[in-house]
Design a binder for this molecule. Structure first.
Ligand SMILES: [Zn+2]
Length: 374
């Protein structure tokens, strides 16, 4: 074995270059005094390079990330890696076991507790242990989420793109929609980015499910990030054909019900909805009163309610403005039938086009997806 890498210490274990190590890290203890253990995979390349952290289930019922990490942990040959991949398969272990979003005591949100406090409340202690042991030892991070229950979301990245290092990572993941913002205080990505570890959140799909296509898409996003940072030299960096960075509060809105009732979804099959077009109708049981909800501007439906019932104030969809140029690209995609199965397929965003990084600027021809990708 030819190697220029040194062993790396992760979670108190020394992992040799070229090694794939999987272990359980004791994070806390239960009422019974049993260990609360985080499953960890470490794949150390035979060559030196950055350490990339991927994390899932900081919200315990968000399963797509769990499947993404299971697959990522076996996807790469240590011989090919220039650097290290660290997978923390489940962060909120008690929430995962109970299949609920928050820690199942006092409903603490682990994703508002970072970077944590070793003498604070339970969520703060969990966060502190994760942050000091793993997160701050890495060079960049990707935290996988899904929509909360009863909603679903098209795959998108959330990132503080005002930080160029974070923007580089956000773009490298290769999603068309990037929702820009510093993030709420205490989120993993906010705390890690503030500590100098550029970190993004990836939102994809719905809770309580493994959504195969979304999982595969996310794995390609990880490939792309590894390509961007030279961990997988030669791996093409994804350019998804168009990218919309949404930075202004006026560019995105949660459209809410103004009355209670039954919801019918009227938009689709594509997620592009023209200004003034019908998004939803709300009605009562006797259909005596039907209320139309229309698009306030031309945009795309990024997140949507799945339970077809509303109280006044319930969110119906997360709607993001697109400029005319982007809308035109999407209209072209619609004409080509790209979105024909969008809604029926569970709001799955179509395959991105795959370009090597150097093609990004020069190859303006559309449809240039690299079909040799697996
Ligand atoms: Zn989440």
């Amino acid at each position: 074995m030819i190697t220029d890498a040194q062993p790396v210490e992760v979670g108190g274990r020394l992992v040799e270059p070229g090694e794939r190590r999987q272990f359980r890290y004791e994070l806390s203890e239960t009422y019974n005094g049993d260990a609360v253990e985080v499953p960890v995979s470490v794949i150390t390349g035979e060559h030196d390079g950055p350490t990339v952290l991927v994390t899932a289930a900081v919200h315990g019922d968000e399963m797509n990330g769990v499947k993404i990490l299971q697959q990522a942990a076996s996807r790469y040959d240590p011989a090919d890696l220039h650097g290290t991949l660290v997978c923390l398969h489940v962060l909120n272990v008690p929430g995962f076991l109970a299949q609920q979003r928050y820690l199942p005591f006092y409903d603490e949100d682990l994703n508002r507790a970072f970077p944590g406090n070793p003498s604070g409340k339970t969520s703060s202690r969990f966060a502190d242990e994760l942050f000091t042991t793993f997160i701050r030892e890495c060079d960049l991070g990707i935290d996988f989420h899904t929509s909360t229950r009863h909603r679903t979301t098209m795959p998108h990245v959330r990132a503080d793109v005002s930080d160029p290092a974070v923007e580089r990572l956000a773009r490298a993941f290769g999603m068309s929609v990037i929702l820009a913002g510093a993030g709420s205080e205490g989120t993993l990505r906010t705390a890690a980015s503030a500590a100098g570890i550029p970190t993004i959140t990836v939102e994809t799909g719905r809770a309580h499910r493994f959504q195969t296509d979304l999982v595969e898409r996310a794995l390609r996003g990880i490939d792309s990030v590894l390509g961007e940072y030279g961990v997988l030299p030669g791996e093409p960096v994804v350019w998804p054909g168009w990218t919309r960075v949404v930075a202004e509060p006026t560019e995105k809105t949660w459209i809410r019900a103004d009355r209670g009732g039954l919801i019918d979804v009227e938009w689709g099959p594509s997620p592009l909805v023209e200004e003034g077009d019908l998004l939803f109708t709300l009605s009562d049981h006797f259909e005596e009163e039907v209320t139309e909800v229309r698009a306030p501007f031309t945009g795309i439906v990024v997140g949507v309610l799945e339970c077809p019932l509303a109280y006044p104030g319930h969110p119906l969809c997360h709607f993001v403005r697109v400029d005319e140029e982007t809308a035109d690209i999407i209209r072209g995609d619609i004409e080509r039938g790209v979105f024909d199965v969008y809604r029926e397929g569970g709001f799955q965003w179509p395959e991105p086009r795959w370009y090597a990084k150097h093609e990004r600027e020069s190859d303006s021809e559309r449809g240039g997806r690299n079909d040799e990708r697996k």
